[in-house]
Design a protein around this ligand. Structure first.
Ligand code: M6R
Length: 606
């Protein structure tokens, strides 16, 4: 989704703005722009396409010069990607960048048109810029307060006023924005990676707080104009974590970071060999008090929740429902105060997940979130938050965030099973110690990545593909299929292996490869029967299983043999070759692996 940056300080800011925007490219965008106060005037350069295109434009037309400016990468919602629809928007007096959606923009636009305003773009953002202009009375804070009182929807806004040439103003609602504090310089940004090169210190802007940034002073006030004192946060990771570190793509780097990410996430939650969530304020008694669990999330986070469902139900015997957040929020869910709703989100800003959280709280359920980005909206608004410690995930295709999310679900399942007297303390300790061996097993899988790359080369000209599996293998197949389609653009579907015969087997022929995941030994023979059925109909079969399993060579074309661990934990191991298959297929097809078409890293609109 859109990325916002802003700089006010002593340095020439255009290069800094572009550099910071480049750190937000991972969020997905289709156009970019900057506005700088140049000799007292607000000057804007923007265009459709990548940041490199904007640089080329400035190489030709001249770079903007100034020490105060704002920048934006746009992911189109209202109006096609074009130069004119790119941000910043405004006029000679006020210029803004915006992330979010203004739901009542049409009404505002009609009103402003009736007052003689003309609009150049098709965007909702331009209405906000003109609304600010309409209400401008020489006092930026009053103007902003007046304008936002009329706006419905979500917004993070960076605003320049010509009359205040050394200041940036910012405000947000339902869209993230941070305010960075440097040495004689201040920043705004959608996310920490944008400014980490310049400062690790930042404030989290709260809903409808207005920030006024000068080079050496930042002040905050609420909509009543009352000054607000805020806690300064310090990022506990550095530039290196936000760079590729020698890997060709962030996705490959992040796949390799998984063993460490699991250790960082799991280790602090083990005390005396037992799971311990007291750091998040979650006691054994609390976990014991729920009749049902709902897991609500989007995309990969939702598939992590699906693994969570299988494991919690199997071990702790508590009914778990997994919901796609965009469905949950509108299906009028039946919840009580004995229900626990777990929201899962890497970014902590996904609009539908956030709305589901608010709905669950309103109905009276207890909410708990599993979130990677510290201080994000979902983390802050949940009753309890369990932070995953994956570090920044830059690639749009989520890998390490998935891995740490499921590692938290395993720990939760162990804890729930123990606190509900279903497993003994010894068994709980044993399961925890097995979980701790996962990072080494993943390292082993990563050593064989060339073999996976060879298999990917067999798939690159495929147009359609099936993933099949049973039980936890089915849960994992859904994530494998999502990964492949989002970055390789190959259409794929994940099917419960036993369900194929009920329709989709009619699609199987020699143009339809099948990736079969069979790591659950009690279901192995059944899945192999399904493999034979597709093989008999011409499918090329890639089987992902324990390396110790003996496989009928006639039934498969390729086998990816995995190191063995308890079957229940196999999704953590088997996820890796599925991630690598998607990765290498995308690379071989020459796709933009880290920034796949049409996708955004953080989906802050519904
Ligand atoms: O930030 P979140 O975890 O809430 O994001 C949810 C999905 O948008 C995300 O997992 C998406 O499906 C990824 N592109 C998958 O790789």
């Amino acid at each position: 989704m859109c990325g916002i940056v802003g700089y006010v300080g002593q340095k020439d800011c255009t290069k800094i703005l572009l550099d910071s925007l480049s750190k937000l490219e991972y969020r997905g965008y289709d156009s970019a722009g900057v506005a700088v106060v140049q000799n007292g005037k607000l000057v804007t350069k923007k265009n459709k396409g990548r940041l490199s295109g904007l640089e080329e434009k400035m190489d030709k037309e001249g770079w903007l010069k100034g020490t105060c400016g704002i920048g934006h990468t746009r992911w189109a919602t209202h109006g096609e990607p074009s130069d004119i629809n790119s941000h910043p928007h405004g006029n000679a007096n006020i210029t803004i960048v915006h992330n979010g959606i203004i739901e009542n923009y049409k009404k505002i636009k009609d009103f402003l048109e009736s007052k003689g305003y003309e609009f150049a773009s098709q965007t909702d953002t331009e209405t906000v810029a003109k609304l600010l202009d309409y209400y401008y009375n020489g006092d930026p804070r009053e103007t902003i307060t007046r304008a936002i009182s009329e706006i419905e929807g979500s917004y993070a806004l960076g605003i320049l006023f010509k009359d205040f040439p050394n200041e940036i103003f910012a405000v947000r609602k339902d869209s993230p924005l941070i305010v960075g504090v440097g040495d004689g310089e201040s920043f705004i940004a959608s996310d920490v990676p944008a400014i980490i090169k310049y400062t690790k210190n930042y404030y989290l802007l709260e809903e409808n707080e207005i920030a006024d940034l000068k080079a050496d002073k930042i002040t905050f006030c609420d909509i009543h104009g009352m000054s607000v004192q805020k806690e300064l946060h310090t990022a506990n990771w550095d530039m290196e974590a936000a760079e590729k570190g020698g890997y060709e793509h962030f996705m490959l780097k992040e796949i390799h970071e998984q063993p460490n990410a699991i250790k960082m996430t799991v280790s602090p939650r083990i005390v005396d060999g037992m799971p311990d969530f007291s750091e998040s304020g979650i006691s054994r008694e609390l976990l014991n008090s729920f009749n049902r669990i709902f897991i609500v999330a989007c995309g990969t986070a939702m598939y992590a929740g699906t693994v969570g469902k299988y494991v919690i139900e199997r071990l702790a015997r508590i009914p778990v429902t997994v919901d796609v957040a965009s469905e949950f929020r509108y299906r009028n869910p039946i919840l009580t105060d004995k229900d626990l709703v777990i929201l899962v989100s890497q970014s902590g800003e996904t609009a539908d997940t956030l709305a589901s959280l608010r709905l669950a709280k309103k109905i009276g359920a207890t909410t708990m979130s599993i979130v990677n980005v510290k201080g994000s909206s979902i983390a802050r608004e949940s009753d309890y938050v369990i932070y995953s410690h994956a570090g920044p995930e830059i690639s749009v295709a989520s890998t390490k965030a998935y891995m740490v999310q499921i590692s938290i679900f395993y720990l939760l399942a162990f804890e729930l099973a123990y606190s509900n007297d279903i497993i003994t303390k010894d068994e709980c300790r044993r399961l925890v110690s097995v979980l701790q061996t996962v990072p080494d097993k993943i390292e082993e899988v990563l050593k064989d990545k060339d073999e996976v790359s060879h298999i990917a080369s067999q798939l690159m000209s495929t147009e359609n593909l099936f993933y099949i599996g049973r039980g936890l293998d089915y849960a994992l197949s859904m994530e494998g299929s999502l990964k492949l389609k989002e970055i390789s653009y190959i259409h794929s579907e994940a099917y419960a292996a036993g369900e194929l015969k009920h329709g989709p087997i009619s699609l199987i022929n020699d143009d339809m490869p099948v990736i079969a995941v069979a790591t659950q030994r009690e279901l192995f023979d059944k899945t192999i029967s399904n493999v034979k059925e597709v093989k008999a109909r011409g499918a090329k079969v890639i089987l992902v299983t324990h390396s110790s399993m003996s496989v009928d060579e006639e039934a498969v074309d390729f086998v990816i043999g995995l190191p063995t661990i308890d079957d229940m934990l196999m999704p953590m191991i088997a996820a890796v070759p599925l991630q690598l298959i998607a990765y290498y297929t995308s690379v071989l097809k020459g796709n933009d692996v880290d920034k796949p078409r049409n996708l955004a890293k953080s989906v802050t609109v519904e």
